[in-house]
Ligand binder design. Structure first.
Ligand code: PEP
Ligand code: MG
Length: 590
């Protein structure tokens, strides 16, 4: 179905990050390079070698230019990442081997370069030494640049540095791509695949970039340069919007401004219900610099620090020292408020470019989070020591992701004890009473919650995963997004039994999944007895706005209804009814 050159056309997907934007689209097409082998005539060989040398010089200039821009924009340390790439271009052994292959076998330069470079990369990737393994990624990165230049193709678009404001359209974006988006020039983004609780969507909300996912084949339908309107409230992309449509959206933007003013008015007020129940409303962060956003949005602290973002988007694993600095910076910036640091949750949809992780059939059920850390002891040790050391400098708490049973918890706790002993021996201070909790995000953890509770200080319910694991609905798959139901009676009961087990052992319970960022869901969670909600920073004010208009008694009635109901749709309807009744201003714009 081709898009007509004029005339309005609307594409519908899943809204994942609120806001409206309009502008030209930039379609990112990941063209897979197919390199064919071509046999040369004897007289063509010298020219082929010259062609290779020209491509190497061109690549060198491009890399120096990228390095200059990154150093200017992000700092010398980030810029130095490209030193390793430049070194590949100067590796005489590799280049001589490529030239020998061209001359001896009389093959084209692309083929020769790819064969030799891939052999080097595969060898490096298999080496035990972490530093050398990382060089395999550099090698592959440089190879694709050289091949692009040999083939006369445009280099892949660098999303960190866009020339003009645009709406990015792509088949998919990884969480690491999204974290690096050039915020000044990305007005919004839309993808063919994806869902509300993918980490890409979470990151879009975090960055306040309007976004729509699950648009099926939008990346095939649109062409770079087309003018569109993206509606992150309703999940639509309108191509060639008419004047009437633009007028209607203008009204929405005006209503948004009015709402923002109301939210600013309550920014520094506490999250307390009309009948005096104080709710602890904290924020989820990914970087120590996000601490500013936590304060600017009037949160009570950090309920979830997703530490994996310190690991992705960089060439090397962060050292213990670098992590210590990051955790300390967050804790000091927010002192005396508490910062709950979650240990590394890699895997699922978050991977390291430089760490060779095997591709798995079911990554969310695979080598992820605590399972990965309990096997990769060096990585876990560095992180636990860094968190322990930082705990001397602020109000830090720590929690483990994806605990599925007591064994994992006991193993992790034993490692913490071991590293505490190390630090004591080294005379390095840490908080002896550091509170440790666990994410409750697998159904098995809910069922054995009373055993876990005896060994912990708090629970944090990760509804994003708890829903996907309990309902057997992949949180990334847009085709079954309608089955991903936070108000499913099973989810309501799982949350209630977690709260009951925790309270019976004197633990407090937080919810840090995306349910806590949705003002419609806040009354249900509070009615079920949850003590703390941890939301994406930009969504703290709307959740607070709603809490300040709520009576705990109404929330309890709603929870009673939900616990006795057999229908997800009925529970959702009651949640929406209550939220709209007490805080209509939050919803009229949608
Ligand atoms: C969750 O699963 O709800 C959660 C907060 O963790 P993440 O989204 O990072 O998996
Ligand atoms: Mg999770």
């Amino acid at each position: 179905m081709a898009v007509p050159p004029t005339g309005e056309k609307v594409f519908r997907g899943i809204p994942v990050s609120a806001g409206v934007c309009r502008g030209k689209v930039l379609v990112i097409d990941k063209v897979r390079l197919t390199i064919s082998r071509r046999t040369l005539k004897e007289e063509e060989v010298p020219e082929e070698v010259i062609r290779l040398e020209r491509a190497l010089i061109q690549t060198r200039h491009q890399l120096l230019e990228v390095q200059r821009k990154v150093s200017e924009g992000m700092g010398a340390l980030e810029g130095s990442i490209f030193d390793a790439h430049l070194l590949v271009l100067e590796d005489r052994t590799l280049l001589d081997e490529v030239v020998r292959l061209i001359e001896k076998e009389k093959v084209n330069a692309e083929h020769a370069f790819q064969v030799v470079a891939e052999r080097y990369a595969t060898t490096l990737a298999a080496i035990e030494d972490e530093y050398l393994r990382e060089r395999a990624t550099d090698m592959r990165d440089v190879t694709s640049r050289v091949l692009n230049n040999l083939l006369g193709l445009e280099a892949e678009v660098d999303l960190r540095h866009l020339r003009e404001p645009c709406i990015v359209i792509s088949h998919d974006l990884t969480p690491s791509n999204t974290a690096q988006l050039d915020k000044r020039n990305v007005l919004g983004f839309a993808t063919d695949v994806g869902s509300k609780t993918s980490h890409t969507a979470i990151m879009a909300r975090r960055l306040r970039i309007p976004a729509v996912v699950g648009l099926k084949d939008i990346s095939q339908q649109l062409k770079t340069g087309q003018y569109v309107l993206l509606d992150g409230f309703n999940g639509t992309i309108t191509v060639n919007p008419t004047d009437q449509t633009l007028f209607e959206y203008g009204q929405i933007i005006i209503q948004q401004d009015t709402l923002q003013q109301k939210l600013r008015d309550i920014l520094l007020k506490p999250a307390v219900t009309i009948d005096g129940h104080r709710v602890y409303l904290s924020a989820n962060i990914e970087q120590p610099t996000d601490a500013e956003d936590v304060k600017a949005n009037g949160a009570d602290g950090v309920g979830l620090f997703r530490t994996e973002y310190l690991f992705i988007n960089r060439d090397h694993l962060p050292s213990e020292e670098q992590q210590y600095e990051a955790y300390r910076a967050a804790a000091q910036a927010l002192k005396p408020m508490s910062v709950v640091i979650r240990t590394l949750d890699l895997g699922g949809d978050k991977f390291l470019a430089h760490l060779q992780m095997p591709s798995e059939l079911n990554p969310f059920l695979g080598w992820r989070a605590i399972r990965f850390c309990l096997q990769e002891r060096d990585i876990f040790r560095g992180q636990l020591r860094a968190i322990l050391r930082a705990s001397a400098e602020g109000n830090i708490k720590m929690m483990y992701p994806m605990i599925s049973g007591l064994d994992e918890l006991n193993q992790a706790n034993a490692l913490v004890d071991e590293y505490k002993a190390e630090l004591r021996k080294e005379n390095i201070p840490f908080d002896e009473n550091l509170e440790i909790g666990a994410m409750i995000e697998t159904p098995s953890a809910v069922i054995v919650a009373d055993s876990l509770a005896k060994r912990l200080k708090f629970f944090s319910i990760g509804t994003n995963d708890l829903i996907q694991y309990s309902l057997a609905v992949d949180r990334m798959n847009e085709k079954i997004a309608h089955l991903y139901e936070p108000t499913h009676p099973a989810i309501v009961r799982l949350i209630k039994s977690t709260v009951d087990a925790a309270h019976a052992h004197g633990l407090w319970v937080s919810v840090c999944g995306e349910m806590a960022s949705d003002p419609v869901m806040a009354p249900l969670l509070l009615g079920l007895g949850v003590d703390e909600l941890s939301a994406s920073p930009p969504l703290v004010p709307p959740v607070k706005f709603l809490i300040r208009r709520l009576k705990l008694s109404e929330a309890k009635e709603l929870a009673q209804f939900a616990l006795s109901s057999e229908s997800a749709a009925d529970i959702l309807a009651r949640c929406q009814e209550l939220a709209r009744q007490i805080a209509p201003g939050l919803f009229e714009e949608k």
